[in-house]
Design a protein around this ligand. Sequence first.
Ligand SMILES: *[C@@H]1O[C@H](CO)[C@@H](O)[C@H](O)[C@H]1NC(C)=O
Length: 360
Amino acid sequence: MAIFTNSKANVLQLLALFSSGVLGQNLNKPVLFSDGLSPHVDSVFFQHLTPTQSTWDKWGWGWIPQACLSVVQGTQFSPYDIEVYNVHYTDCASAVVMCRHNQAQMSIINMIDAFGRIPIHDRQWTQHILALPAGGCSAGTGGAVTTFYGPCYIPSVFVHELTHTLDAFVNDKTGSTGAVHVYSTTSSYLNSVNQDSCVPDGYANTSPQEDYAQTSVLALYEKVNPGGLDPIGPWRCLVNAKNNLDSIIGQELTPGGSCTHRWADSAIVCMGPAAGCTSSKRGFEGRRGLKPVGPKPNPANKKGDPLVLDLLPDLASVVNAKITDFSHLSSNHTAGIEATIRINAWNKAAGKETVPVPKA
Ligand SMILES: *[C@@H]1O[C@H](CO)[C@@H](O)[C@H](O)[C@H]1NC(C)=O
């Protein structure tokens, strides 16, 4: 996912890189793993990325965050088939709003569990996540929104995507201003990559942004695996890039603590004319035999809230996110069953809805 392809900042950086001859779309380096990262990291992530306690509730039908609507409008899917959820994790006072197509392979439980395993100081930079249907897992990130297509209940995919957002917003030691300033394409990062004799995998070779995202998967692995990175293989061929990345987003990749930043949520809008959100019949019966429209939800995060910056991530970047297919993934059905039981228990204790546990 070359993110923010539309953003002026990124275009300028790319031009600078081309003119200095550094970029070249392909990094052309030997790879640490020729079969991708997932087979090497996801079992450890499922065991050592601790699920964060949460509760969830579903929005009444008819309302949707603008960012979700814009993504869906760029696909063959109907906005009327999107479910919207508030997810309250115990490490942050305000909810995360997630959007899910009712036929998506990822359940809301899968979304809550995988997202909640990501360290809060990383997760807090993502504004919204969406799940849409597809045969295989692919994903795209832009403007602090990540869209997952198909069966992406895979921790390393979540880590990778969320790093694209960190790469854009958490990039310099002078602090996070909320402005887009991609770090992975700076000469500082590229020089480290040049000093290394490998990149994580073939996908990392496709661009500095992808290399940075894949390297972050290994940096997180190092932090959470009790034996660090050494058991994984001869990873020191990328130690310079890994250390450089750690100096920039190592804190974000470290589990623990509570949220210190939130984006304002994307504006809450009507799914479309058939939802009749503004009609006098609202709340009784949607038009065209659709479901009744719920009351307009309040935003979980808005400007003026203590942790919320004034800047909003760019909506155009959300829509223009480049989508990438992930390969060599296998879903973890056992983890999905355990997550359902766990999250159901949390929701039940809070007097909220539960869902059927998938069959073993
Ligand atoms: C699946 O998840 C379980 C935890 O529920 C974990 O112990 C196991 O290692 C995972 N397996 C894979 C292949 O990811």
